[in-house]
Design a protein. Structure first.
Length: 226
C-alpha cells in the first residue's frame, strides 16, 4: 500500500504566489506546487541554483492539498475555526524590474497578497522510481537545513511541519481522511482525478530565469467536518 507524509501548514500568514511581476504579487487560494517544492528544497538544503537537484526532487513527489476550515492543535481540546482571509499589503520597492529586465530608477508601489488565518494539510506521495525518497524528505522536515516558511520569508510556521510517521493508505484522499478534523476542499494532481479540473500555472521550469508551466489540478469535496 502507498505511503504518504502528512504536512501541516499552519501560521498567521501564508503566501503562495501565482504568475506575477514586480508591482503585483497575487496569492493562490491553496499552496502551489512550486511553493511546496521550495519548502521541501529548503528543508533538504538544496541551493536554488542547483537545478539538477531541484529537478530530481520535482520528479520524486506528488501533492494532495486539503484546505482546512478547522485545526486541532496538541494543546487544544477543541478544534479552532480558520477564516482563510486574503488581504493585500503595500510595499515601496526600489530597483524593481522592468519588462525588459532592467532596473526601474524610480520606486514603485508593489501590492502583495497574503492569506491570513489559513491552514492546509498536505499528503506527499512518492512518484515511481523517484530519486528522492520519502524517508529522506521526512528526516529533512524534522531537521530542516534552511528555515522553512509558508511561501514567503515573512510567513513563519506556527507548528512542526511533519505530522507523525508516514501514513499507509489506498490514495492521497484516503491518507488525508486519517488526519482530523476532516473536511474542506481537496486539490490533487496525477492520477487522482475528478470531474472538476483546474488549470494552474505553478510548475517550475529549472533554469536561469523564473519560469513556470501549467498542470491540471482536480478538485474533490472533502468530508463533513467532525
Amino acid at each position: 500500500m502507498p505511503r504518504y507524509l502528512i504536512l501541516l501548514l499552519d501560521g498567521p500568514m501564508q503566501a503562495w504566489g501565482t504568475h506575477t511581476f514586480e508591482d503585483f504579487r497575487p496569492c493562490n487560494a491553496f499552496p502551489t506546487r512550486s511553493g511546496l517544492l521550495g519548502l521541501l528544497g529548503a528543508c533538504l538544503g538544496l541551493d536554488r541554483r542547483d537545478t539538477e537537484a531541484l529537478e530530481q526532487l520535482a520528479m520524486s513527489v506528488e501533492f494532495a492539498v486539503r484546505a482546512d476550515r478547522e485545526v486541532l492543535r496538541p494543546e487544544a481540546e477543541v478544534p479552532k475555526a480558520k477564516a482563510a482571509v486574503k488581504l493585500p499589503d503595500f510595499h515601496t520597492v526600489e530597483d524593481a524590474r522592468k519588462v525588459d529586465g532592467s532596473a526601474n530608477k524610480n520606486p514603485v508601489v508593489s501590492r502583495r497578497e497574503y492569506l491570513f488565518d489559513a491552514a492546509f494539510t498536505v499528503a506527499i506521495g512518492a512518484k515511481p522510481d523517484g530519486p528522492v525518497t520519502l524517508d529522506a524528505i521526512a528526516e529533512a522536515l524534522r531537521r530542516p537545513c534552511f528555515t522553512p516558511v509558508l511561501g514567503r520569508r515573512s510567513c513563519p510556521i506556527a507548528r512542526p511541519l511533519l505530522d507523525g510517521e508516514a501514513v499507509e493508505a489506498s490514495d492521497a484522499k484516503a491518507a488525508l481522511a486519517t488526519i482530523a478534523p476532516v473536511g474542506g476542499m481537496i486539490y490533487t494532481e496525477g492520477e487522482l482525478i475528478s470531474a472538476q479540473p483546474l488549470r494552474v500555472r505553478d510548475v517550475p521550469i529549472q533554469g536561469r530565469h523564473r519560469q513556470f508551466s501549467t498542470r491540471q489540478v482536480y478538485l474533490h469535496k472533502g468530508e463533513t467536518c467532525s
